[in-house]
Design a protein around this ligand. Structure first.
Ligand code: HEC
Length: 168
């Protein structure tokens, strides 16, 4: 039987696929390197904060604690400010203005609903920090799982919450 030059030959196809796959892996590795941003732990003293013993609460346990906010500011400026702006002011920052998170909760009049909304934002905040933000293999934000203790993450959240809201 006559075979057209375009008839796929399984072996050649497999070889080509193999090459494309290694090329893809190489490109991904290069992209990963270009965006390799280290999740650096801040140098802060958390010993005066109520210990969390490695446990993640549903809600920020330090809300309204001025010491936590102060420690959070130092931690934020060391680990997050390079992308989210110094003191979380979002000024000329390439990453989202974190003061916007949870703003809509403040407008809820029903106390119970407002608390649930805030708890939801707490959860989103800490899971974003733990998992980081990776899209199609590109790291927009590294994961801090295992790098930042719950005390540090909640202190940062407490600090961000004390920042004046962004102007529209
Ligand atoms: C290398 C830059 C970079 C660093 C460092 C960084 N982030 Fe981010 N972060 C981003 C980017 C970019 C996004 C938006 C990603 C997306 O949604 O595509 C983001 C998103 C977030 C979000 C979700 C915001 C939203 O509006 O959905 C939170 C919360 C957050 N970061 C917290 C932090 C905290 C806390 C730190 C420090 C411990 C930190 N980030 C450090 C780049 C960074």
């Amino acid at each position: 039987m006559h075979e057209s030059p375009c008839t796929p030959r399984p072996r050649a196809v497999a070889q080509l696929q193999g090459r494309l796959c290694s090329l893809g892996a190489l490109l991904l590795a290069l992209a990963g390197q270009a965006h390799a941003i280290e999740a650096r732990a801040p140098d802060v003293d958390i010993s005066a904060l109520p210990a969390q013993h490695g446990e993640w609460r549903e809600e920020n346990p330090y809300r309204g604690n001025p010491l936590a906010a102060e420690i959070g500011r130092a931690a934020f400026n060391q680990s997050c400010a390079s992308c989210h702006g110094a003191d979380a002011d979002g000024h000329a920052a390439p990453a989202p203005d974190l003061r916007r998170l949870g703003r809509s909760c403040a407008r809820i009049l029903d106390t119970d609903l407002r608390q649930r909304c805030t708890r939801d934002v707490d959860h989103y905040f800490r899971s974003s920090v733990q998992k980081g933000k990776v899209k199609v293999g590109v790291v927009h934000m590294p994961a801090w799982e295992g790098v930042l203790a719950p005390e540090v993450v909640w202190a940062i959240r407490s600090f961000v919450e004390t920042r004046p809201p962004a102007k529209d």
